[in-house]
Ligand binder design. Structure first.
Ligand code: KG4
Ligand code: ZN
Length: 338
């Protein structure tokens, strides 16, 4: 039934989100509340604060999107909630609320893997001019994840490479902190880099040219620390280091993308998701890598690249369509590889 609607809930990290989608993928309502302000005094996400904030805000967001969609709970075709991977407190809040709504109204419940939700966002109808086809390569580049995934079918994913240490967003955030920028540092570092010369203080490009498509960012972060310590610390020094950092990350990501695409010969596209996909330098480098393999770069709009509930509802719809539902006894999983 194309008119059937699904409620999606997201609470695995520091975004509280709810959305209602029709089975045909049209978005009836969506809401996201970022907890940036709550966490920024601590320079990172504090799990206990996150869990309590989800508890404070998610029920209201659910009521809001249901009202906006003009639906009563019994008219839903199902409820989908992120059940992992992520911070356990938030996962418990979102999945318990989802199960409660499902139980109260006799609806099917879907426990969604957050990574699967990111992976399937690119198949949301209407997102790109030409519908994307399987298989495609997903690069998930966020504060918590850094991996290359072959998306072969709904439910069939192969991780081709992952980070050996930090996630790429973490590398942005830690390097930004070394440069005296506020958390989360990615956007601030990108702004600073526009005033810098990427060639004056060159930085290493970890794993560049190495076989496969794993990542390693901790050495680059250490190199940033050394460069900051050695420099006179002028504004121009900091801008140059930021520019060099971003150039290194972009070059490495492009190199890893080319390797990953070679590992998935039938790929129809390179898809990028996660907050780091907002970075223009990163996007340009990845578009170049995809073009070298004759493929398009597909980047969902930023609001669907970062954590949101639209992607959770959409993954729920795809699973419901295949009869894949979960028991209310399903336990959320802080670690849950695809
Ligand atoms: O996907 P996301 O919103 O949340 C999760 O980590 O799940 O990603 C946030 C990460 C942060 O590390 C942030 O610094 C980074 O994405 N980020 C950026 C940019 N915007 C956000 N990194 C580089 N350039 C940006 N413009
Ligand atoms: Zn995410």
């Amino acid at each position: 039934d194309r008119d059937a609607a699904v409620l999606g809930l997201e609470s695995s990290c520091d975004e509280t989100a709810a959305a209602v989608l029709r089975a045909d993928g049209s978005i009836l309502a969506e809401a996201v509340l970022s907890q940036l302000a709550e966490h920024s005094p601590y320079g990172g996400v504090v799990p206990e604060i996150a869990a309590r904030a989800h508890l404070d805000h998610l029920p209201r967001l659910v009521a809001q999107v249901m009202a906006e969609a003009g639906l009563d709970y019994p008219r839903l075709a199902g409820v989908a909630a992120t059940a992992g991977p992520g911070l356990i407190g938030g996962l418990i809040v979102g999945s318990s609320l989802g199960k409660g709504i499902a139980l109260a109204h006799g609806l099917p419940f879907v426990a969604v893997n957050h990574l699967e939700a990111h992976a399937l966002t690119a198949t949301l109808p209407g997102l790109v001019p030409d519908p994307i086809r399987f298989p495609y390569l997903l690069m998930l580049l966020s504060g918590g994840h850094c991996q290359c995934v072959a998306v072969e079918e709904v439910g069939r994913y192969r991780r081709l490479g992952t980070t050996l240490d930090d996630a790429v967003g973490e590398a942005f955030d830690k390097s930004a902190k070394l440069l005296g920028l506020p958390w989360p540092g990615g956007p601030a570092l990108e702004r600073l880099a526009t005033r810098g010369d990427p060639a004056r203080i060159p930085l290493p490009r970890p794993l560049l040219g190495r076989a496969g498509c794993d990542f390693s960012w901790s050495g680059l972060k250490t190199a940033v620390a050394h460069a900051v310590a050695r420099s006179a610390g002028t504004g121009q020094d900091r801008a140059d280091i930021a520019a060099a950092f971003q150039a290194s990350v972009a070059a490495v990501l492009a190199d890893r993308a080319r390797h990953a695409l070679d590992m998935l010969p039938g790929a129809t596209a390179l898809v990028v998701a996660g907050g780091v996909a907002a970075n223009q330098g990163v996007r340009a480098a990845l578009a170049g890598a995809a073009a070298q393999r004759g493929l398009p770069l597909v980047a969902p709009p930023i609001r669907l690249c970062t954590d949101n509930a639209v992607m959770v509802a959409w993954a729920g719809i795809e699973r419901l369509r295949r009869g894949l539902t979960d028991e209310v006894g399903h336990a959320p999983r802080p670690r849950w590889p695809l």
